[in-house]
Design a protein around this ligand. Structure first.
Ligand code: SAM
Ligand code: SF4
Length: 330
């Protein structure tokens, strides 16, 4: 097994897989309030998702991140986590999850039992009213209870915060101290131009600016720590914790990209920021034999582009990619 190596010599070992486009929140930067979701028959069944992940693990994927939409609102999703968990040690090194935390109280022990050890929880504010304004439908108390339950169950937590100018940028130091105070990692994300939502340009906040502001208040030392994802980490002397920055727009991390994404409809995107894709649902549904699927995956790897072309530019308002993050999976 030689693994999946693209034409730029990058080895693909990390797959993010979206298991649903549905969600119990409507975050302002992610989707409109009256989002239209996909017809159910377009979405892969749990069994198809398991077969698909199996193909990628056989081909060299070592880390699998389950995402969405909100993965924990998919019916019977624990069945999938249990199947995927059985692959840990059999090709797979790590199974992780990105969640909004709303269902963690219920599922944390089962996730741990299935083999999950690290969970990314998206949390953009610690203020109840603001949380409601950002997520439209979410309840902060439930998310905090979910994080508590996850830590009690033994799951390591990373808090991911999307930095939005004029919305939550004043809370960054508080969030950092809160996360580190409870032994969680903390990562800031720039908004990416995915899907049409209002105010994206006004709310875009370059993290280079945030970092220089934080450096006036904290001692930040660049760290060699990597999780296999795109974040660059700094050690914060005052809190003893780590802060990560995911900066697709101000710092392009494509040269070291080791990942690909599959949507809940079985569309493989070789790059989050490009439209080129491969349909894996047809080979999955037309043949039980893995040969057809393997061939389509191999051909797609050969087309993985060198990098993304994200631009958030006041002069060119249109170049957002039309698909929402909830479809591709963040
Ligand atoms: N529902 C889960 C959650 O919120 O964690 C998983 C899916 S969500 C699409 C994954 C991540 O993408 C979240 O951290 C969210 O904040 C982030 N996200 C969504 N839309 C984004 C955008 N346009 N730019 C940057 N991050 C985005
Ligand atoms: Fe749902 Fe996550 Fe998108 Fe928020 S960011 S609407 S929680 S999918």
């Amino acid at each position: 097994m030689s693994g999946m190596i693209d034409r730029f010599g990058r080895k693909i070992t990390y797959l993010r897989i979206s298991v649903t486009d549905r969600c119990d929140f409507r975050c302002i930067y992610c989707m409109p309030e009256h989002m239209t979701f996909l017809p159910r028959d377009e979405v892969l069944t749990l069994e198809e998702l398991d077969r698909l992940c199996g193909a990628f693990v056989r081909k060299g994927v070592r880390r699998l991140r389950v995402t969405g939409g909100e993965p924990l609102v998919r019916r019977n999703v624990m069945w999938l986590f249990e199947r995927l968990g059985e692959r840990i040690g059999n090709g797979l090194n790590e199974l992780t999850l990105t969640t909004n935390g709303s269902q963690l109280s219920r599922f944390a022990p089962a996730l741990f039992a299935a083999g999950v050890r690290r969970v990314n929880v998206s949390l953009d504010t610690l203020d109840h009213a603001r949380f409601r304004a950002i997520t439209r439908w979410g309840d902060l108390a439930k998310v905090i209870a979910g994080i508590d339950a996850a830590q009690t169950a033994g799951l390591a937590i990373k808090i991911n915060m999307v930095a939005l100018r004029g919305v939550n940028d004043d809370e960054i130091p508080r969030m950092l101290e809160w996360a580190h105070g409870r032994g969680a990692d903390f990562t800031l994300i720039e908004t990416m131009p995915l899907g049409e939502v209002e105010h994206r340009i006004e709310q875009y906040l370059p993290l280079s600016l945030v970092r220089s502001r934080l450096a006036q208040q904290y001692t930040l030392t660049e760290s060699a720590y990597r999780t296999g994802g795109p974040a660059r980490y700094f050690q914060v002397a005052e809190t003893g914790g780590r802060i990560g920055f995911i900066t697709p727009l101000t710092h392009n991390f494509c040269e070291t990209c080791n990942r690909m994404r599959v949507t809940c409809t079985g569309t493989l995107y070789m790059c989050l920021g490009q439209n080129d894709s491969a349909d894996l649902r047809t080979p999955l549904r037309t043949s039980d034999d893995s040969g057809l699927l393997d061939g389509v995956i191999d051909e797609a790897i050969g087309r993985k582009p060198k990098g993304h072309d994200f631009i958030i530019d006041r002069r060119h308002r249109e170049p957002a990619l039309s698909r929402h993050m909830s479809l591709t999976g963040g």
